[in-house]
Structures are given as C-alpha cells and as structure tokens.
Design a protein around this ligand. Sequence first.
Ligand SMILES: [Zn+2]
Ligand SMILES: [Zn+2]
Length: 349
Amino acid sequence: MVEEIELDEPGPHDVVVRMAAVGICGTDLHQVKGEFQRPTPMVLGHEGAGVVEAVGEEVELVSVGQEVVLSWAPSCGDCGDCRRGRPAACVPLHRAIGNGTLVDGTTGMSLDGATVYRGTATGCLAERVVVSERVALPIGAGVPLQEAALLGCAALTGVGAVLFAARVTPASSVLVVGAGGVGQFVVQGALIAGAETIVSVDPFEGRREQALRLGATHAVAPEDLNGALAEVAPEGVDFGFDAVGDPSTSATALRFTRSGGTAVIVGLPATGLRLDLDPGEFVRREKSLTGTMYGSEDPSVALPMLLEHVRAGRLDLASLVGPVYPLEAVDDAVRATLAGSPGRVLVSP
Ligand SMILES: [Zn+2]
Ligand SMILES: [Zn+2]
C-alpha cells in the first residue's frame, strides 16, 4: 500500500537518499505475513541503493550526488558487541529493530501526526529516506544501482556467512538449503572461498537452475537431497548452510553436515520458533551449529570487499536482479517474492 507521509528534516549527521532500487527481503515478508510482533504502520524496506540528495551540516562521509547503498546496521558504536567489531549483533540495534525505530528510539516519520515505524531500522521502500551518514555507504563507479541494492542485505548476509562466519575452506563441501536471494549469495560465497562441492536444495526449479548457473555443482529438489548427497558427500558436508531460517531447514543443514563439520543458520527465523535438537549430534559427532547476522562483519568493512569481488567478476549481482516494479505496484512485488521468483524482486521508487 502506498501512502504519502511526512519525513522529519535531516539532523546534522543525517542524509536524505533518493531511492533508486529496493529489494524485497525475507524479513519484509515475515512482517507482511504477521510473523513478527512489530508496531504498524511501518515503512518496510532495508535493502536499497540510491543517490544522496541532501546532507546535514556536519556530514563528512558522503556528499550530495554520490551513489550509496544502505546498510541496515547503524549500531550504537558503544555496546560490547559494537566494540568487538560485531555491529550486526548490537543490542540497542536489535531493540530498535524490534520496536520499529532507529537506534535513538525515534522514527522521523509520521502520518497525520501519528508515528510511522521503520522496518529493520531503515524503512527505505519509499521515494526518499532520511538515514545517518554512517549507513549510507558509497558504491563507487561501475556498479548500477539496481545491482548495488542487493549488496545492502542479501549479498552481505549470504557472502558474509561464508567468508566471515563459517570461514569456508578451499576444496571443502558445502550444502546450501534454500536458493532465494540469500541462498544464491551463499552459493557464490562458497565459490569465492574455493569450495569444491556446492549442493543447492530448493523446491523451485527456476531457483535451482539459477544456483547451477552461479556455481553450484549440484542443485536438487528437497525430496532428492538424500540421494544426491549419498553420492557426492556420503559422510556429510563440511559446511551446511540454512539460508531459509525455518526449523525444518535448519535441521536439514545440521543433519547433512559431517561429523566435526559446521552448520550455519543464515535465514532469519520468525519470532517464537524452536529447534528440536539431538544432543548426540554435538557430543558423539562433534558438529557445530552456529548462526550469522548480516554477514558477521561490519558492513563498512565488508561492503568494499564485496564491491571488489563484483568489479573483478567473481560476484555476480546482475543475474540475480529479478523483476523490477514501480512503487505503485509494491503489492505485486511482494506477491512475486512470495511466489518464489528466481531473481531478487526489486521496487524502483
Ligand atoms: Zn534483508
Ligand atoms: Zn552497539
């Protein structure tokens, strides 16, 4: 639904970004489907790129006219996690995301005097957004805005899960459960890391074909996974990624991880879900199960690395751009995402 709302004037360290492309992420779908308890009305959207249109008087990091991708992890800079270089784990940030606000507790958006909330501390599924200069990260030359938008969530999350969270080793075997936006980037990250066997599993045929194009060595439907792995990794894979975040997909990633291997939950689970685990997986079989948020690295550190992979041709953004909808058709964009579009569905405001 499209509404005209009021935005507060940018503060001294804020910038106004004219959005060019915004991806529809699984996190947005959780909110649409009512799987999160977050306040409404809310402007969704946290994976976007655009052009800086105005800057507050003390802004130093970006200038008007610069192309930027938005990070949704502004972080407080002050809590233990931030000081340890894990801003995506920042406690005040997660409180803000749960409350539908920015880290300072405000939203800077209103409709007829009532507060409008922000999805994932961002809310950029709009023509314009006012954000801190610290989350508007310059893109530089050679990466079109529609492709750059994907860096803002799916690419950082998926590639970061491989490179910074799991630290996948060369010649290893990798299973990627789910071949949506994040899963496709886990596949690409595994290729960058030098994995030898990359098995993608997804119920949608279009997504499986895309995973194969992007570097998966095998792509199978869920019912064929057992048979496929019996052939290529009979003892299990070195690294199992759950790019969906459902208890059943997490269980699949863990089950097919070999003894001593690592399973990583990448997809964001809906609120209130629980895993049913066999402790023997961890004791007798010495498996590790871990999770990763937003690539487990400071976005301002990870993004330049990803841009380098893009420019060198190792990270493909272009073929992951799916259908692009105008802002008026945002509901169609959400429906296309729910229907399992093989490419990332974008809105071009
Ligand atoms: Zn996202
Ligand atoms: Zn913090």
